[in-house]
Design a protein. Sequence first.
Length: 364
Amino acid sequence: MDTSDSRSGFTRRQLVVGSLSLGAGFAFITERAHADDVWKVAWVQTGPVGDAGWTYQQDLARREVEKELSWVKTMQVESVSPSDTQRVMEDLIGQGAKVLMVQDPGVMDLVLETAKKHPDRYFIVANAFKNAPNVGGFFAHLEQATYLSGLVAGRMTKSNIIGFVGAFAVPPVIQAINGFALGVKAVNPAAKIRPVWIQDWYNPPKERQAAQSLLNVGADVVGQYVDSPTVCQTAEAAGKWAVGANSDMSRFAPRAYLTGYVWHWTGLFVKILTELRNGSWKPVTQWGNLADGTVQLGPLNKAIPADVVAMVETKKEATIKGEWNPFTGPIKDTTGKEQVAAGKALSESELHGLRWFVDNVEGT
């Protein structure tokens, strides 16, 4: 049978094969366009996801971001040391990462160096204190929550010695301690804060040792800016009080846990990534707060007196409404120098460079 088409000079078989080839071509183009439309966002984590703290909350946000933004595909590498950060970033870029969420501000200069080599990638750094055209940051006013937890700690202490286990004496940790100390001072001027530094973000044995050393010198409330619930658990074992950090740690120490600050990063990350996508993003550090829910206060222990709970809720509401700022002066440091004048408040840029401690913080 003659299968030629007299009008075109092609056989029907040639036309079918050609149509299939053309369809495959369109499919390839569509698939490639779809692949180009997906943004790979990579988290460079400082600790393990199972830390129940900072990295746990970051991983929770990562998974929620991927659900909320259909065009985002996420990746992560856990427990990245400063010395390995550059290699990890280059590897993630090689895998197609468009945005890198870097969790350690201590590697800021490495990030800037890498960003300069990859101007078509974005680098978003926790508490970034430097920027570049493709480098910005994220953080939050955690002092708003630590102030509230300080109100509780100041009223619950009997010994007037309040311990604090910190990772490093760096601006974000000092921000947390100073907010906490100001809350304590507002309700109990006689109480003192005693910090111990473990020189690590996540190290349960060191966290336990530090917490125990504070309990041994009479602390009956212990706060923290480290990543595991070990401090809370150590306080619980000793029959003392604890103030947690990063996540709701009440499940690890239900009797000891008074309250603590809790991160919820999803909303801020969705905002930043959407701005990157639509071109409205600016290379600055974006700050969350109590009002937008980026930082929240954990559940209050039922042992806290009703008048203290009412005071905390009143101050929390005033903070959310913008009627109260914990870092409003006058505030003096441990040398007696006035760091914030009456009627003034610390700016976000000043928080980036915070190196002094409030005058009721000892041994710094």
